[in-house]
Design a protein around this ligand. Structure first.
Ligand code: AMP
Length: 276
């Protein structure tokens, strides 16, 4: 009998679904497209091996992810619809994001047009504003953790590193290229780290590379601490202005999310069709 990781929902099991093809592989398991037999509803099933989760001590991370994501309801946050487990697997029932990772889209097109990037940044900012109001910090915003649905809407996924807090914290987490100066320098951090990541994301979407990317970690750390980055000529004045307003060393100087949503570069493309 597998140890109970989380509360069981006995009436649902893998038998409740027609399981389709594999759509992704993550650190602890596989993700399949599936159809719930009774409703016909299409979902993504994240099937995690309990043995593997225990081996790498990831139950806490998973519990945090589930607790946080269950309570979030926003059009730009991937819905966790439910979960269940049997003796072998722990299964998350997730909203299906038909176009997959933003990262894959970025690799394919190398960099995004300003209109498309602006819409994605606006949607991410709206979702971050919502979670910050609920005292949740995501802490790992990057193209790999942003999924795109059929209607080309951003869905923030992966709350494995997020925290529920109103206190300031010191833990180093997140992806190296997206780490803010306060983490690199071992200082306390708060929700303003997500503003920094939004600036890094904006830069990466528009240029195809992260602003502080270097071959070795120490060099990246140094550039982050000095906020040393260059803006390519092809970027518009307004895009550069937004990036610079977010990539501020002092967290208090970073443009607040409500002002990101009013920024001319965001306003310019607001309400336009999503193609391109
Ligand atoms: P993860 O284990 O969360 O890292 O997921 C592994 C991969 O599965 C991701 O990189 C996505 O490509 C895909 N994936 C995860 N969740 C979903 C979802 N809800 N909808 C569509 N694809 C997903």
């Amino acid at each position: 009998m597998a140890p109970e990781l989380l509360e069981r929902v006995p009436q649902i099991s893998l038998k409740s679904f027609d399981i389709g093809c594999l759509i992704g592989k993550g650190q602890f398991g596989r993700v399949y497209i599936a159809r719930e037999k009774l409703s016909g509803y299409i979902v993504a099933l994240k099937v995690l091996s309990i043995e593997e989760l225990i081996k790498v001590n990831a139950e806490r991370q998973l519990r945090r992810e589930v607790e946080i994501q269950t309570n979030l309801r926003h059009p730009n946050i991937l819905r966790l619809l439910g979960y269940f487990q049997d003796d072998i697997y722990f299964v998350l029932i997730l909203e299906y994001a038909a176009k997959g990772e933003l990262y894959k889209q970025l690799v394919k097109s190398r960099r995004l047009k300003e209109k498309k990037a602006s819409r994605y940044i606006a949607q991410t900012a709206k979702a971050l504003s919502y979670i910050h109001q609920k005292h949740v910090i995501h802490r790992d915003i990057k193209p790999e953790n942003l999924l795109i649905d059929f209607h080309d809407e951003i869905k923030i996924a992966d709350f494995g590193l997020s925290v529920h807090t109103i206190q300031r914290r010191r833990t180093i987490c997140g992806t190296l290229d997206y780490l803010p100066p306060e983490m690199v320098e071992g200082k306390e951090h708060d929700e303003k780290i997500d503003l920094w990541s939004l600036g890094v994301l904006c830069y990466e979407l528009l240029t195809g590379t992260a602003p502080f990317e270097e071959a070795c970690h120490t060099a990246t750390y140094k550039r982050i601490a000095k906020v040393e980055f260059t803006l390519p000529d092809h970027l518009s004045f307004e895009a550069c202005n937004l990036i610079c307003s977010l990539l501020q060393h002092d967290p208090k100087q970073r443009l607040p999310l409500k002002d990101v949503l009013k920024h001319p570069w965001i306003r310019e493309y607001e309400g336009q069709p999503s193609s391109n």
